[in-house]
Every structure is written in structure tokens, then in C-alpha cells.
Design a protein around this ligand. Structure first.
Ligand code: IDP
Ligand code: MG
Length: 140
């Protein structure tokens, strides 16, 4: 059975452009409930470990620099079929390929600066939520 939690970050480009409010509204209107939320900024070291699965990819160094370039908003979200439904809401990695009305179609500026992160599996949703939030912050 599909899980009910996913993890997201509003990335530095979207936060910096003042799009956080509009994106959070879209998330809530799509039926996701916010279970944990924080404004923070990753060091290069933390961004490097968050994206360690991509360390052999050519864009890894740029991605680490970009993700540590400014504040992000991290959230744990709850909904039935959370991971898949959230990936649908945010759209394809490359905004040029993202469907109309998706967060990335509306707010991403490039394949790298693509406005938002969404976990790709229930297992990673757990790992990523635990990376950002302590047990006390995951109270519900
Ligand atoms: P996803 O965020 O849609 O799951 P991933 O393949 O997991 O996409 O890549 C993680 C992040 O790395 C992307 O969201 C994007 O910011 C960046 N990225 C992915 N592919 C490229 C690329 O080809 N060039 C530059 N950055 C990329
Ligand atoms: Mg991914």
C-alpha cells in the first residue's frame, strides 16, 4: 500500500523570488496537510550529503552549490498516495517538459533551479524527513 507521507523543499530560486506563499497554497489546495515545516539553509556539506545519490552525475557540484545558495523551506506533507500525487503536482524535473499547471511549469526557471523537491519513494520520504526534522518536530 502506498504511504501517506512525503517530503518537500521549496528550493532557493523559488524562495528567493517570493514564490513560497503561492507554492504552499497550491500544495494545500491539492489536499496535502503540512505536518512539519522549517525555514533553513543548507551548508554545502549538508547539501552534498542530501544529494549523495547523485554524486556521480555531472551536475552534482553545481546542484550542491545551488541548493546551499540561499534559504529553503522544508516540509513533511501528509495525504493518501502522497509520494506519487506530489510528484504529479510538481511536474517533471525539466520545466520545459513539465505539464501545464504544475509547480515546476509555473515557477521553475531551469532544470537545475526547478523550484521544488519531492521525494521519489516512501523509503526516501522517511529518510529525507528524518534528515531535516528531529523526533520532536515530527510530533504528528
Ligand atoms: P527530481 O528532483 O525531479 O527527483 P533528480 O533526477 O532526483 O530530479 O535530480 C535532483 C535535482 O538535481 C533536480 O531536481 C534538479 O535540481 C537537479 N538536476 C537534475 N538533472 C539535472 C541536469 O541535467 N542538470 C542540472 N541539474 C539537474
Ligand atoms: Mg529526485
Amino acid at each position: 500500500m502506498a504511504g501517506t507521507k512525503t517530503f518537500t523543499m521549496i528550493k532557493p530560486d523559488a524562495f528567493g523570488a517570493g514564490n513560497s506563499g503561492a507554492i504552499i497554497r497550491m500544495i494545500e489546495e491539492a489536499g496535502f496537510e503540512i505536518r512539519a515545516m522549517k525555514l533553513t539553509r543548507m551548508s554545502e556539506k549538508l547539501a552534498g550529503s542530501f544529494y549523495a545519490v547523485h554524486k556521480e552525475r555531472p551536475f552534482y557540484q553545481d546542484l550542491v552549490k545551488y541548493m546551499s545558495s540561499g534559504p529553503i523551506i522544508a516540509m513533511i506533507l501528509e495525504k493518501s498516495n502522497a509520494v506519487e500525487d506530489f510528484r504529479t503536482l510538481i511536474g517533471a524535473t525539466d520545466p520545459a517538459k513539465a505539464a501545464e499547471g504544475t509547480v515546476r511549469k509555473l515557477f521553475a526557471t531551469s532544470i537545475e533551479a526547478n523550484a521544488i523537491h519531492g521525494s521519489d519513494s516512501d523509503e526516501n520520504a522517511d529518510i529525507e524527513g528524518n534528515f531535516f526534522f528531529s523526533q520532536l518536530e515530527r510530533f504528528n
